[in-house]
Design a protein. Structure first.
Length: 562
């Protein structure tokens, strides 16, 4: 154990399998394989950062090369081999960072070096960290040696990106997926280290560190190191101080914010958020905690206080249970979707603080509208619900109107009028659909509908590349030329269903069919030009201007000249 360093993450780095936390199955499996003398050619450790991949690799190397043997591994007084491996200076255990040595030449040097047996230890071991950073050529150069290495040669790989490693390499290794460290195990671990360091920190502050570290031991130790150094030794690190140090805020403030949103109190909502913002909380951290609390509001009845990963204390847990009973699940689901959309917008808006305030205002209005919709009579409420659901299905296709509310400034007092306007609009759209179904009796009706819906591309294909064979009720038979877009039939079918709310059958025919609209226009213009060329007026013009040539004809609009 390196006692000289002051960094906790290195000072308390596990040196034996017994020191590892949260990886009991991996440690037992590897120990049994070494004892049974069934050591694989290569180990592959994968998992998130800070859970012991490289540490486990060194412990495996010490277990294979310990002078005392596997049954009497060094625990405190390390032998010469174990000491050298712990200090990363053993001549037969080579540690390589693949992030800095990614090329095929580096691997070739490694393979060349592997031709020579170990000097002082039983095995020559290559530990390659972040192995996914190797190039494709480097992996290919390694394959043969990896599959059939000398008996004295072992590989140990560590990576956080297992998907980036070729399957041909993974299949030649014994793979171990190291799991995140459970909250209680990590809490007990850092609490023990805090006591060894004579630190002064409350359990609530340690639980916050565990939550922020997300199962990473190294992250937890780094945060603990930072927290213990920030305050004087005579002053206890409590939850409030820890929240200020790490940029987190008290969950009770967020629960109060939720309660105000559900009550529709816009001014109080903004004041509460500004208090949180003034504590130095980043908008993305706020949004993520907001989503986490939404999850608790939705699923609080299926959770217990121990299953919330130290996010809530007993008082907060009970308050969420109390509030969640007054809010319906539909509102919470709408809030979740709306929050996710806002999280995407944060990368676009320059002033994220203003974006967050507008987000909370819209949530307050959304809740107010839900309250007013729920206040109407049961029979009327049923009709409204059907219409709102239908509106949502239409708006999902357009993705212009989220949850039936336009993204514009609408005051709470106008909410009932908005619902009524929606009803009228939906009724009008229903009439429009019936009207479109009734009017779609010919190919020309279809072209006019494309124009009214501004489907220019679809109209272009119909006019230029389609030859109509027959047009009947909900059935269109066509032939086409080689320029027709490959997605034309699919696009037309979807649009017809969207416009008429009925399925249309579009079939392709070998019959030539009628000329396309563009062909008809060309033929008509040609006929007009030929007829004009035979007229006396054109003959008189040619006598006076022998080089004149008739290029185009435009017919007069008689209505304009009446």
């Amino acid at each position: 154990m390196n006692k000289n360093t002051k960094v906790l993450a290195l000072k308390y780095r596990p040196q034996t399998f017994d020191d590892l936390i949260g990886q009991d199955v991996v440690a037992e499996t590897i120990s049994n394989s070494i004892k049974a003398n069934k050591v694989p050619n290569a180990y592959l450790f994968t998992g998130i950062r800070g859970i012991g991949k490289t540490t486990t690799a060194r412990i495996v190397a010490k277990s294979l090369n310990c002078s005392n043997g596997i049954d009497n591994l060094c625990k405190e007084n390390f032998c010469e081999n174990c000491t050298a491996i712990s200090n990363s200076n053993h001549i037969d255990v080579l540690e390589m960072d693949a992030a800095s040595k990614t090329g095929v030449d580096d691997v070739r040097d490694l393979i060349e070096f592997s031709r020579y047996g170990p000097t002082t230890a039983k095995y020559k071991i290559f530990i390659i960290d972040e192995v996914h950073m190797l190039s494709k050529q480097a992996f290919n150069a390694l394959l043969k040696t990896l599959e059939e290495p000398p008996e004295y040669l072992k590989f140990i790989f560590a990576t956080t990106e297992i998907k980036k490693i070729p399957i041909t390499v993974v299949s030649r290794c014994q793979r171990f997926d190291l799991s995140r460290i459970k909250s209680f195990e990590l809490f007990n671990f850092i609490k023990e280290i805090k006591n060894k360091e004579n630190g002064n920190a409350s359990d609530d502050a340690l639980k916050l560190i565990v939550k922020i570290s997300e199962g990473s031991v190294r992250d937890a130790l780094s945060l603990l190191d930072r927290a213990l150094l920030t305050l004087d030794k005579n002053r206890e690190l409590d939850l409030s101080a820890a929240q200020k140090i790490f940029g987190y805020f008290d969950k009770s403030q967020l629960i109060t914010l939720f309660e105000l949103i559900f009550e529709g109190k816009e001014k109080e909502v903004l004041n509460t958020y500004r208090e949180i913002y003034n504590q130095g909380v980043e908008p993305k951290i706020f949004i993520n905690d907001f989503l986490e609390l939404l999850y608790y509001f939705k699923n609080i009845n299926s959770l217990d206080i121990d299953g919330t990963n130290f996010s809530l204390n007993d008082e907060e847990f009970k308050k969420i249970q109390e509030i969640s009973g007054k809010v319906n699940n539909e509102t919470l689901i709408l809030f979740w979707q709306f929050t996710i959309k806002t999280l995407e917008e944060l990368d676009i808006v320059s002033n994220q603080h203003l974006s967050m305030e507008m987000f909370l205002i819209r949530l307050t209005h959304l809740k107010e509208m839900n309250k007013q919709v729920l206040d109407i009579d049961d029979e009327e409420a049923s009709q409204k619900t059907e219409k709102v659901n239908y509106a949502s299905s239409l708006q999902t296709k357009d993705d212009d109107d989220l949850f039936g509310i336009k993204d514009k400034a609408e005051t709470i007092g106008q909410m009932k009028n908005i619902v009524q306007e929606k009803d009228i609009k939906i009724k009008d759209e229903g009439k429009e659909i019936k009207l479109q179904t009734k009017l779609l009796n010919s190919f020309d009706d279809l072209l006019e509908l494309c124009s009214s819906k501004k489907e220019i591309k679809l109209k272009y294909e119909l006019e230029k590349n389609v030859n109509l064979v027959s047009f009947e009720n909900k059935r269109i038979e066509i032939s086409f030329n080689e320029d027709l877009d490959k997605d034309f039939i699919k696009d037309l079918s979807l649009k017809l269903y969207e416009w008429t709310n009925e399925r249309w059958i579009i079939t392709l025919s070998k019959t030539k069919g009628q000329p396309s609209k563009k062909e008809e226009e060309v033929n008509l213009k040609k006929e007009l030009i030929d007829s004009v060329k035979k007229s006396s007026i054109y003959m008189d013009i040619l006598q006076k201007f022998p080089d004149a040539e008739l290029i185009d004809i435009k017919q007069r609009d008689n209505k304009k000249n009446d």
